[in-house]
Design a protein around this ligand. Sequence first.
Ligand SMILES: NC(=O)c1ccc[n+]([C@@H]2O[C@H](COP(=O)([O-])OP(=O)(O)OC[C@H]3O[C@@H](n4cnc5c(N)ncnc54)[C@H](OP(=O)(O)O)[C@@H]3O)[C@@H](O)[C@H]2O)c1
Length: 373
Amino acid sequence: MLLTTTRIGTFCLLLALFFPWLPFLLYSEDIIPFSLDQFALKRNAANETWNVVITGANSGLGWGTAFHLAKIPNLCIVMACRNLSSCEEARARIPIIHHNSTRLVCVELDLADRASIEAFSHRRIQRLFSNSSADSLSPIHVLINNAGFWASSEEVEYIDNIESHFFVNHLGHVLLTHYLWKRLVAGRARVVAVSSLSGIYPVSPLYGWRRSDENSRGRWWLKYSIIRYLSSKQAMIDRYVRSKRANLMFAAELDDRFRNTVTSVGSHPGYTQTPIFQKGLKFLPKWVVKVLSKKSIVSMETLDGAMMQVRAALDNEIQSGSYVGPRYWTFGAAVLVGRLRGKSLHHWHFAKAESKMLWEESFSVLGISDFGK
Ligand SMILES: NC(=O)c1ccc[n+]([C@@H]2O[C@H](COP(=O)([O-])OP(=O)(O)OC[C@H]3O[C@@H](n4cnc5c(N)ncnc54)[C@H](OP(=O)(O)O)[C@@H]3O)[C@@H](O)[C@H]2O)c1
């Protein structure tokens, strides 16, 4: 009896370790499957050109998204990147055959720099859009807030006294959405927040990102090297996760406040093979990074991972406040995995009061008034 129980226990443990997505086979809230080809047919019949902005489109998922969207006619796709030459290189890797009536343009945007965000929103994209003769209000129909980074340095970096992940991954996109607001409203846009499965990890985005929050130094227990070691690694994970949970809360709050004006959808790419792992996970032992950077049965190729944000951006069946992710947690087809506000196996639930506070603090720290005001 004891032996049988041990065997069953071991079997379940191994299943949980190697096939963590198994429970998700039973779980899907999905609606009608999405087909990019059918969407392209619909767009073919449309006269109006749609303007699409993708941040961080020179690499990984942003590039993958531009690649898919370039198959769709009648789009003007703005690849917003901080490094123009790398953006042009990335654009050249999208086969010209896809372009049809669609244009791909590279525009400079550094989300770590407020002046760059303002220049991008007000001047750089000014004459790009085809329907922009008397510009000031040429619409944007899709904004994909995709850019993000995971720094490998243990040293905390600050931008304007704000921790850099929080600034670039969250506040930079808040500011961008703020500056583009009138265009987004004019286009009744879909705004996609690219978050992460790491959002299942309960870190509050309300604390720990101001320079003044850095108060844990000098605590007596940090003197012990093993605790110090673990806590510094922990802090590197927290910094990234905090910014990604902020993306989710921002999307939920945008849905609550402006559901009738724009469509706010969250997405996460599960575990997609992109440079973020080589860039960001250097703090892990080399062999772990090597394993994580290799194709595996639980990971996806860039173009498959990018389908999450493509579906979130285009599929009208996905309503405001939804969360799109891979069918099997870290990989699989893009499906509706839950509501941003609801409970989901793809993110740790957060309270309304928490996201409201984050929204208000974000606006206050950026020194901007609410959208549209
Ligand atoms: N891959 C995954 O499995 C995974 C999982 C969860 C979440 N995500 C999220 O998916 C998004 C895309 O990441 P990825 O996997 O495609 O990684 P990636 O290939 O490293 O792409 C990140 C993009 O963000 C850009 N970026 C970084 N800092 C920027 C800044 N200050 N201003 C403007 N752009 C900046 C990068 O530009 P440079 O090339 O110039 O650095 C790059 O284009 C991120 O938000 C990430 O958090 C990815």
